[in-house]
Design a protein around this ligand. Structure first.
Ligand code: 4NP
Length: 148
């Protein structure tokens, strides 16, 4: 799960998907394309909205996306088109490129970007949680189908 800062959207996406999939079968992680918040806890507003839905994301720390992530992961979900462009710039070949997907393409809503809630209020975080929860339900169904 990839966003810009790895403190608002992608930590929520990581926590939500982890809450749905069996830990022993899936390695799920998140990263930011920037180096702005390396080593930091998720934003308090993300921590709070996750907690509201029974998900603890306080074990997460910000890290920057790196080229070796293309080798480590089968699916790389990005939160918006700008994140997509930043990740694609690091791709070495078509196999890398083919792993990268806008997470909202999993929904049929026509919405492309998970809105960046960083500069807004708490309601932005609630909206982001709901969008990501719907997208992660789709991802859950897709990846379980692919391993069965
Ligand atoms: P995120 O939100 O990409 O969802 O983690 C942001 C967090 C921090 C900044 C921008 C977006 N920032 O500019 O520091």
């Amino acid at each position: 799960m990839v966003c810009l800062g790895n403190i608002c959207r992608s930590p929520l996406a990581e926590g939500i998907l982890k809450s749905k999939l069996p830990k022993q079968s899936f390695f799920i992680d998140s990263a930011g394309t920037s180096n702005y918040h390396i080593g930091e806890l998720p934003d308090k507003r993300s921590i709070d909205v996750a907690k509201k839905y029974g998900i603890d994301i306080t074990d997460q720390r910000g890290r920057q996306f790196k080229v070796s992530d293309f080798d480590k992961f089968d699916y790389i979900y990005v939160m918006d088109i700008s994140n997509y462009q930043n990740v694609i710039k690091l791709a070495r070949n078509n196999d890398d490129i083919n792993k990268v997907e806008l997470i909202l393409n999993e929904l049929d809503s026509g919405l492309k970007n998970v809105p960046d809630p960083y500069y807004g209020g708490d309601s932005g975080f609630e909206d982001v949680f709901q969008l990501l929860n719907q997208a992660c339900d789709r991802i859950y169904n897709k990846v379980l189908k692919n391993i069965s």
